[in-house]
Design a protein around this ligand. Structure first.
Ligand code: UDP
Ligand code: MG
Length: 321
């Protein structure tokens, strides 16, 4: 099969028939063999009935229905697990992404050799309250992830080589950083294609402004787990040691100043009367805590089934028994 189109959806009943017809038309014009996997993320409208009826007329339509709403990432992950096409395309259900982009995305994966191609909504039809923070969000994501050529990490329209979706795990709200996840899994050929974007035709957006707060927290998590996931002591140990040493020397300075003043006949106070003494003490305590957190982290890693989980591209002349 050439292409799997994965569509996560939450209360998008009005859009679905139009979307399915459009995808079907593009696929038949280009002679692609394909499947459309709708992931109904616990919709409370009649989205699932609509999908069932679409399936009756088009055997390429497939679907998964969650019992409750989990979020876009769990929906995508479920679709990834079931996808059979050589190229996997994800797209939002709200008709903001255009199926007309599919042939070129397919070509970029199969001919240009990209592992992942992300859409770039260069001209967006969204409110300003969304587009401005998005610019900031993408600049930070570029910096932290080191993927310098992407302008639009969170574009719903993306294409993947099948191998990529079978080797990344999208959970929580991590769909915003799929290119980063792919990079952490060792897929380096990440490209971008300018795509057409439309204003939402039916229904309303499912994400509020909290997306930006959560987005930054998730980016911090990915950065941390990507760098220190199996060696937390390298993070906490360094930070803890530095703080402890800082506090330790500060305490010595506070004590030495008192002794100096005492013996040279100046006025002097008890060290406990100096705020610096308490600051130094606090720094030492925090340093110790951080260091111990490192130990706890190492204990957690020791018990993690992922501590020796590597992305292996190929093996030569080895028996796997
Ligand atoms: N979506 C989902 N589960 C959710 C929230 C959203 O499957 O909990 C789907 C939604 O139906 C749409 C896609 O994710 O197909 C993108 O959502 P939306 O269009 O609301 O996001 P925006 O375009 O505003 O970023
Ligand atoms: Mg949308």
């Amino acid at each position: 099969m050439d292409i799997s189109v994965i569509v996560p959806l939450y209360n998008e009943a009005e859009s679905l028939p139009e979307l399915e017809a459009w995808i079907r038309q593009v696929m038949s014009e280009n002679n692609f063999s394909y499947e459309i996997i709708f992931i109904n993320d616990g919709s409370t409208d009649n989205s699932w009935q609509v999908i069932r009826s679409l399936q009756k007329n088009n055997p390429a339509v497939k679907g998964v229905c969650f019992r409750r709403n989990y979020g876009k990432s769990p929906a995508l992950n479920t679709g990834f697990a079931r996808a059979q096409g050589d190229v996997v395309i994800t797209m939002d259900a709200d008709l903001q992404d255009s199926p007309d982009e599919i042939p070129e995305l397919y070509r970029m994966i199969t001919e240009d050799g990209y592992d992942l191609v992300s859409g770039w909504k260069q001209k967006r039809y969204d409110p300003l309250s969304k587009t401005i923070p998005t610019k900031l969000f993408n600049a930070t994501a570029r910096k932290v992830s080191g993927i310098k050529n992407l302008h639009d990490f969170n574009c719903g329209l993306k294409a993947y080589r099948k191998k990529v979706v079978k080797h990344i795990e999208v959970y929580g709200d991590m769909h915003r950083y799929i290119p980063y996840l792919a990079k952490l899994a060792g897929f380096n050929k990440i490209g971008e294609k300018v795509v057409h974007h439309q204003a939402r035709k039916y229904g309303s957006t499912k994400f509020g402004l909290d997306r930006f707060v959560n987005g930054y927290l998730d980016l911090a998590t990915l950065w941390f787990t990507g760098k220190f996931g199996v060696k937390p002591m390298h993070f906490f140990g360094l930070l803890g040691s530095l703080m402890f040493i800082l506090g330790f020397f500060a305490v010595i300075v506070v004590g030495a100043m008192k002794l100096y003043n005492m013996y040279s006949g100046n006025t002097y106070h008890l060290v406990t009367e100096s705020p610096y003494f308490y600051l130094s003490l606090t720094t030492m305590l925090l340093g110790t805590q951080l260091f111990l957190t490192g130990f706890i982290g190492e204990l957690v890693v020791r018990n993690s089934y992922r501590r020796n989980d590597y992305e292996i591209e190929e093996e030569l002349n080895l028996k796997n028994d």
